[in-house]
Design a protein around this ligand. Structure first.
Ligand SMILES: [Zn+2]
Length: 77
């Protein structure tokens, strides 16, 4: 499966995805871009809270739609 390319809208998003060693922005295998919004330490380890990103947080470009995300989440092809 080819990963969709996120980060082409502006250099800020590109850098945010590629410069930090452990970026909080990540592309799932389902090709959906997620942003980690928080975490919690549990006895089983770290629990991460992720949200799918609709708009670029830096330039405001629409990156994906809720419909796209829903479709991708339900059909892993
Ligand atoms: Zn952008």
């Amino acid at each position: 499966m080819s990963k969709r390319y996120f980060g082409s809208c502006c250099p800020d998003l590109f850098d945010a995805m590629h410069t930090p060693p452990n970026s909080f922005l990540r592309v799932e295998d389902s090709d959906v871009l997620f942003l980690t919004v928080g975490y919690n330490q549990t006895p089983q380890g770290m629990a991460w809270f992720d949200h799918a990103v609709i708009f670029c947080p830096f330039c405001g470009s629409q990156l994906q739609t809720k419909e796209e995300i829903q479709k991708k989440a339900t059909s892993q092809t």
